[in-house]
Design a protein around this ligand. Structure first.
Ligand SMILES: NC(=O)C1=CN([C@@H]2O[C@H](COP(=O)(O)OP(=O)(O)OC[C@H]3O[C@@H](n4cnc5c(N)ncnc54)[C@H](O)[C@@H]3O)[C@@H](O)[C@H]2O)C=CC1
Ligand SMILES: O=P(O)(O)OC[C@H]1O[C@](O)(CO)[C@@H](O)[C@@H]1O
Length: 439
């Protein structure tokens, strides 16, 4: 994001303030609102939440005065208030997609089907879309990318969450002509495959976050979603279903260990192949890429620059600021017309569905952050061949067709999905675009 500070100051001085619309004022949305209020050249002009008080409070936490906040009940109200320079709170996400002055819509709900609607509606209305909701992106990102091209707008994942943060390292390494052998993230929350929203309630309350979201972190789903996104953005693949998740010492000490751990098995490491995405228990909240070079002189130079003896070296970003970095993606989209991270073309990997408990035929199950299932990662090719169910399509209306044991991966033969959702329909269209007609 070099020079973005100057570009935003210029927008501020010229009075060309970028007006964003945010859907979802939960833990991430509300922090994003405050960050934007503090920034030059950009404002959170309209914020929608099904609990409208969340949107109002987001503005209040940001220090916006009560007189400057307008609660809009209709689109006309929202448009008028925005024209008057007010900060608009509303319940209906359609106002964000349709408001005249919104240049860029951001989904921060984390609900796959909501992300599908917000993104498609906003793009139809010629607004750029920033998808913090990576849960949607891993299911229909390629469809949304193609739609953006058709509508002449930008569709992009967000800076700040691990996939966007590690793309900076990936792009840096590739630009210098290095080979990226591994791309990954530190696992922030200790794995607990058996957790559910009830068992994490106390911790979620203490951390002022949604129990469902925390459950999706602790049961591994979010890491799997993020590795899937990294894979789709780069063409790197998981080495094995679910990844290895090696343990290291914390922080930069752990990073030093990665150069050995991430070698091929034949060289004493854990990997069957290079060109992979991976997660590591130990180096959170950082993200990393492990690089190599075919050239002896560069190998010498890397060692000289204190990066270690090789043949693998780790480039590390020790932080990722999630929602607080999202506005930078907005700026890059609106000012530079560039994406931060987007699927290359089609899905390279799939976030698939694993039974968290024994499931019985006839049982209604649930999806992300729930009681019955969690996510894993597989190469899309293997997932397609085996008929694994994309996790983002599993809702609380999905019903088991046969018994599945805890720990098994769900296939389309095991579960009747809810076909009425928009994301199901768009996924069907996306599959057809790539010659795959399974839904
Ligand atoms: N919580 C975290 O630490 C991080 C979360 N993220 C991502 O950010 C996104 C949001 O996460 P959180 O803020 O934690 O979730 P959250 O559950 O705290 O907030 C989501 C908000 O969206 C609202 N919402 C749901 N459906 C809506 C609809 N149809 N229209 C308007 N509002 C709606 C909810 O009422 C809620 O306030 C997710 O995609 C998540 O993966 C990314 C990085 C970190
Ligand atoms: O690494 P984990 O445990 O999957 O945590 C997931 C989430 O936690 C965060 O680090 C925020 O605390 C997010 O950026 C990330 O998506």
């Amino acid at each position: 994001m070099l020079n973005m500070d100057k570009k935003l100051i210029k927008r501020q001085e010229e009075g060309k303030i970028i007006k964003t619309g945010i859907v979802g004022a939960g833990q991430m949305g509300r922090g994003m609102v405050t960050q934007m209020v503090l920034m030059n050249g950009m404002m959170p002009a309209i914020v929608s939440d099904i609990k409208v008080e969340n949107a109002v409070n987001a503005f209040k936490y940001a220090g916006v005065k009560d007189d400057d906040i307008a609660v809009a009940k209709t689109l006309a109200d929202a448009n008028a208030a925005m024209e008057a320079g007010k900060y608009v709170a509303c319940e209906d996400a359609n106002f964000v997609s349709q408001a005249n002055l919104v240049e860029c819509a951001i989904d921060a709900t984390g609900v796959p089907d909501v992300g599908a609607k917000v993104a498609t509606d906003a793009m139809k209305n010629k607004k750029h879309v920033v998808m913090l909701n990576v849960e949607t992106d891993v299911v229909i990102g390629p469809y949304l990318k193609k739609m953006a091209e058709k509508e002449g707008v930008i569709y992009t994942g967000s800076a700040g969450d691990e996939p966007g943060a590690v793309m900076e390292l990936y792009s840096f390494a590739k630009a210098m002509g290095m080979n990226v052998e591994v791309m990954g993230k530190g696992k922030n929350n200790k794995l607990d495959y058996d957790c559910n929203p009830d068992t994490v309630l106390e911790e979620a309350t203490r951390r002022v976050m949604s129990p469902k979201m925390l459950c999706a972190f602790k049961d591994g789903t979010k890491t799997m979603v993020e590795m899937t996104a990294m894979s789709n953005y780069t063409g790197l693949v998981p080495d094995v279903i679910g990844g290895h998740g090696p343990q290291t010492a914390p922080g930069t000490e752990g990073i030093k260990e990665l150069n050995d751990i991430l070698k091929l098995k034949k060289d004493g490491g854990i990997l069957n192949k290079h060109g992979v995405v991976e997660y590591v228990n130990g180096v959170a909240p950082g993200v990393f890429v492990t690089v190599s070079t075919p050239n002896e002189e560069i190998a010498y130079q890397m060692a000289y620059h204190s990066m270690g003896p090789g043949p693998l070296w780790t480039l590390y970003r020790p932080y990722h600021l999630c929602n607080l970095e999202t506005p930078l993606t907005v700026a890059k989209a609106v000012i530079d017309g560039e994406v931060t991270c987007v699927p290359i073309d089609g899905l390279v990997s799939e976030c698939i569905t694993r039974a968290k408990i024994d499931l019985k035929a006839g049982q209604t199950i649930d999806g992300i952050g729930g009681f019955t299932t969690h996510g894993s990662i597989a190469e899309a090719k293997e997932s397609n061949e085996k008929g694994y169910v994309p996790f983002g399509l599993v809702t609380n209306k999905a019903v088991m067709k046969r018994d599945v044991k805890k720990g098994e991966l769900l296939t389309y033969d095991d579960v009747e999905l809810d076909k009425s959702t928009l994301i199901y329909q768009l996924r069907k269209e996306q599959d057809a675009m790539y010659g795959r007609n399974v839904l």
